[in-house]
Design a protein around this ligand. Sequence first.
Ligand code: CP
Ligand code: NVA
Length: 308
Amino acid sequence: MKHFLDINKTSVDDLRSMIDSAKAIKNARNGRPKGAQDDDLPLKDHMVALIFEKPSTRTRVSFDVGVRQMGGQTMVLSGSEMQLGHGETVADTAKVLSRYVDLIMIRTFEEATLLEMAENATVPVINGLTNRTHPCQIMADILTFEEKVGPIAGKKVVWSGDGNNVFASFAHAAGQFGFDLTFTGPQTLDPEQVFIDEARAKGVKVEIERDPVKAVQGADLVVTDTWVSMHDAPSARERRHNQLRPFQVNEELMSHANDDALFMHCLPAHRNEEATNAVMDGPNSVIFDEAENRLHAQKAIMKWCLQN
Ligand code: CP
Ligand code: NVA
């Protein structure tokens, strides 16, 4: 079973083939209307379940559109409206859904839910974000970087802010795609050490630098994300804001990165908090390309999942 659970659980060759396939899928659409199907229809006669236990705009719409463009059909399910949200086990849900659908994408809280789904499903399962990782986002980000700049191998990526789930998938990607990664943020919001150790073990440079100005020097890409993620307690908001304010990505911070350094944010953003409007709407920002590339990258991921 070819699940897409995390970037570190997928081989380097498969990841590279997915990025190349995403580029080809994107190019092959050749400006046709968004509602028109592709020429290649790997999801023809396929039914896809998209399960959301958390809110979503990009993941929800891009998966839905992507499936339809590739000839398949979707059902979008909210966790709270399923029996899953009312005591049915994840394992039983996985077994039942596998009788109806050909592919499951799930956005959930605990990573254990994703893993239990994958263990018990007899169809491929895709991680649409957990509290710990967000691999589909980073596949879209790699695609975006390579479209704009070229190969990401050997480049320097700097994350400024919370050491969260999106950072974790960047750390997985650093090890697999061979780029250097610097984290700058308050110690209290450091990423889990395992993400850093694992990337370092694969031979890439992963650094923690408390001074954001020093961190972004030589950066080819500067990335941030919301200061309060969907799984964070709302009561932690003020404390997080106070701790993260020095790591805001603004024009002054960007001026210390390489002149042509890209700026990325997975969105949704809290404008003028983690990044200023001037940066988000500035010439180096590729935030909407990232959002678009979710569509193309996920089509490649789904195609890969269904290939024997
Ligand atoms: N970036 C991202 O996953 O956005 P959504 O929460 O809107 O899906
Ligand atoms: N870190 C954010 C990403 C949203 C796409 C969250 O988990 O809420």
